[in-house]
Design a protein around this ligand. Sequence first.
Ligand code: SAM
Length: 277
Amino acid sequence: MESRTPSAGSQHDVEYWDIASKYWRDIATVNPHWAWNAFYSKKIPDREADILLLGVTDGSFLRLISEFRPRARVTGVDFSFKMIKNAQGVEKNMVCCRGDFLPFKNESFDIVLSDYFFSVIPEGVSGQTVEEIERVLRPKGVLLAKELRHRGHKVLWVLLSSFAGALFITTVFLVPSLAVFTSILFVLALLTYDPQKHRMGRSTAFCKFFLHLFRFAIKKKRLPTGKEARDLYYLSRKYLHIFTDEDMENLFSHTSLKTETDITPFTWNFSVVGVKQ
Ligand SMILES: C[S@@+](CC[C@H](N)C(=O)[O-])C[C@H]1O[C@@H](n2cnc3c(N)ncnc32)[C@H](O)[C@@H]1O
């Protein structure tokens, strides 16, 4: 297999991540330190190796690799030029490209890392991204991935709606005037998840927006300007792709990657280790 030439990229997605790059530290929902300690540090050996990181965001994940695996040669790719600029403060070897068109020769890497990368790329390009990963991995090379999975949303939904329901009932008895707000919260909590399709529901964008505003205000110690609030609303409308156990299996079923999937209890993650045969 030779590297491919990209067709027209999805301008909308690049724009989304360019805007996200401004707010990443304030609204980020993934914690690279936690993922590093719980998974990657145990799977990445401390020796010389060529590592490819898919999606570099603000470079915090790269910082962890260079701190704990100083002998590794790391290359990062991202299709957002702004994310690349962020990450270059940490590591110079950054390439602006899409994950489904990697500009590297066959068998160039020992390890490919996908840290919440499949969860944010459009579903239509996941298959080609897997093929590209397979192509650039050396024989016995390893794909390490951490991605979002469905089942967690059920847990989230039950917790959130029970909490909002309990709050609503308590206010009805103790401070009835507050029930106007807590009933809205309760309804939003119920609408967050669509139990039939196992997808986040329509109100998710609003919930995300309020969460983003809240985080922004806490981190920056000020309210967002009108432009910032519009950006945050735009970012909130983007849905993540959340995998079922079956989706994850299907993703690798046509490749020579022999995968093992692990589910971390009490979190909304998969970790996947795929070895190229
Ligand atoms: C959820 S973040 C990855 C999180 C990262 N591991 C961390 O710890 O911060 C996704 C990154 O992938 C990039 N990205 C999204 N879709 C992409 C694509 N199709 N090709 C290349 N990069 C993409 C985004 O610009 C963003 O920087």
